[in-house]
Design a binder for this molecule. Structure first.
Ligand code: NAD
Length: 453
């Protein structure tokens, strides 16, 4: 019996299309094909592999509007975001297209011979993608994996398969050989789990919830399978009294409500120094009320709907703390929700501690630098965060003290494809993007050559 999944447009609740989901046999066949393709893909000369990746990037660029439209109707992403996301895939492919010719090993001085290291590809890499950023998160996995000479099987989230399926078509058009990059829509419990248990899949790149990430890590242990995990977050936006308060407040809605708060880097806890708390709240309320939640097709939209009814319902369960104020959202069909600012009564409340993954932010005052750091670190997560201050020594001190993989000072930006990205504590394991990501798609091989007679 073949399984299908109905893709629903979250802005209108209309049916977009039916997608056929892979069963175990289809998954195993795809993994076998990827395994066979590995031997020829790794043997392609570095310059040729680089050219193919650049061609893939160019084809993604040629299809950027089409990809963006698919993401709008599948995921409810705003037009501006969806175009950025398609461009991000092309940028990441271009960035890692420089890698095949630069996968340097080392020559290490040793007596009686020469010692050299090689960076060898792993084999088939399984990439498991969540629904919140279907395009970029796929690209952060497959681009460096392919560049390092691996082949890739990729499972998109059940809710959001359309852009990944399109990217697989585009790859073939660009000349990436059959079997090198295969997208397999399907259930986590079937396709995703098979990536973990199949012995020919040598590495898992997983992005998703901390709960599923832990089970994947446990599953990978059985074969000592390599694994990179990008998991949840509960990031702090720390605003000191000596910052440009108006600027920090104007930027704060985008830092948490972008993508309807369904962002692992969402600054979903705002910490404001007590003596400026009231003034910050004034500026922040103005900014939240201006935040445009509307039809994601509009170029002015800053936020669209949530991904699904289920996600909408899950977010509502966090609204049991005092509401400071809200923004606005369309009514009628679609999984819409107004940006909401909570003032939780205590740091033990669910809204303060758990990842909500919706347009809800919790705000609290702090006493001084030490209290800000203690409150920011009082979480099992550690993915991103922001520090707003005009004192550069304090900015550096606090950046060093906050236990988090990606921090920004007087800014809320977390992601640049040429800098490393990943989490502390239960936000993940390993780093993606940047120059070092290739290390997690290669094994280091050491070879000693005896030069004595
Ligand atoms: P999820 O964990 O439910 O699912 C993620 C993916 O794993 C999906 O493709 C799903 O089908 C698959 N999956 C589910 N069960 C599986 C299993 N047993 N074996 C193998 N695969 C399985 O997460 P989600 O709801 O899609 O995404 C939201 C979560 O992702 C949030 O917690 C968010 O913080 C996190 N996230 C993290 C990052 C990051 O980079 N750190 C980025 C985006 C999202």
């Amino acid at each position: 019996m073949s399984l299908t999944y109905q893709v629903i447009n979250p802005a209108t609740e209309e049916l977009v299309t039916d997608v056929s989901l892979a069963d175990l046999t289809r998954t195993d066949d795809a993994i076998e094909r990827a395994h066979r393709a590995f031997h020829s893909w790794r043997a392609i000369s570095p310059g040729e592999r680089a050219k193919l990746l650049r061609a893939f990037a160019q084809h993604v660029t040629n299809h950027r509007e089409e990809l963006a439209q698919l993401e709008i109707i599948n995921s409810g992403h705003t037009l501006g975001n969806a175009l950025w996301e398609a461009d991000n895939v092309a940028n990441v492919l271009n960035y890692y297209s420089a890698a095949p010719e630069r996968l340097f090993g080392k020559q290490i001085p040793v007596p009686n011979g020469i010692d050299i290291t090689f960076k060898e590809p792993l084999g088939v890499v399984g990439v498991i993608v969540p629904w919140n950023f279907p395009m970029p998160i796929a690209g952060w996995g497959f681009a460096p994996a392919l560049a390092a000479g691996n082949t890739v099987v990729l499972k998109p989230a059940e809710y959001t398969p359309l852009t990944a399926m399109k990217l697989a078509e585009i790859a073939l058009k660009a000349g990436i050989p059959e079997g090198v990059f295969t997208v397999i829509p399907g259930k986590g419990s079937i396709v995703g789990n098979r990536f973990v248990t199949h012995p020919k899949v040598r590495k898992i790149v997983f992005t998703g919830s901390t709960e599923v990430g832990k089970s994947i890590m446990a599953g990978c242990a059985d074969q000592v399978k390599r694994v990179t995990l990008e998991l949840g977050g509960k990031s702090a936006n720390i605003i000191f009294a000596d910052s440009d308060l108006e600027r920090a407040a104007a930027a704060a809605p985008g830092a948490v409500f972008d993508n309807a708060g369904q962002d692992c880097c969402a600054r979903s806890r705002i910490l404001v120094e007590k003596k400026v708390f009231d003034s910050f709240m004034g500026y922040f309320e103005t900014a939240v009320k201006k935040f445009r939640v509307e039809d994601p097709q509009l170029s002015t939209a800053e936020m669209g709907p949530l991904i699904s009814k289920k996600q909408w319902e899950s977010v509502q369960t966090f609204l049991d703390e005092p509401v400071a104020f809200t923004g606005s959202a369309p009514s009628g069909k679609g999984f819409w929700m107004a940006p909401t600012v909570l003032q939780p009564k205590s740091t033990s409340s669910r809204a303060w501690r758990e990842e909500i993954f919706g347009p809800v932010v919790s705000i609290m005052p702090f006493d001084d630098e030490a209290d800000a750091i203690a409150k920011a670190n009082d979480t099992e997560f550690g993915l991103s965060g922001s520090i707003w201050t005009n004192n550069s020594a304090k900015a550096i001190r606090v950046s060093r003290a906050v236990e988090s993989g990606n921090l920004s000072v007087n800014s809320n930006s977390s992601v640049r494809y040429w800098t490393p990205f990943g989490g502390y504590k239960q936000s993940g394991l390993g780093r993606e993007l940047g120059p070092d990501a290739l290390d997690s798609f290669t094994e280091v091989k050491n070879v000693f050559i005896n030069t004595d007679n």
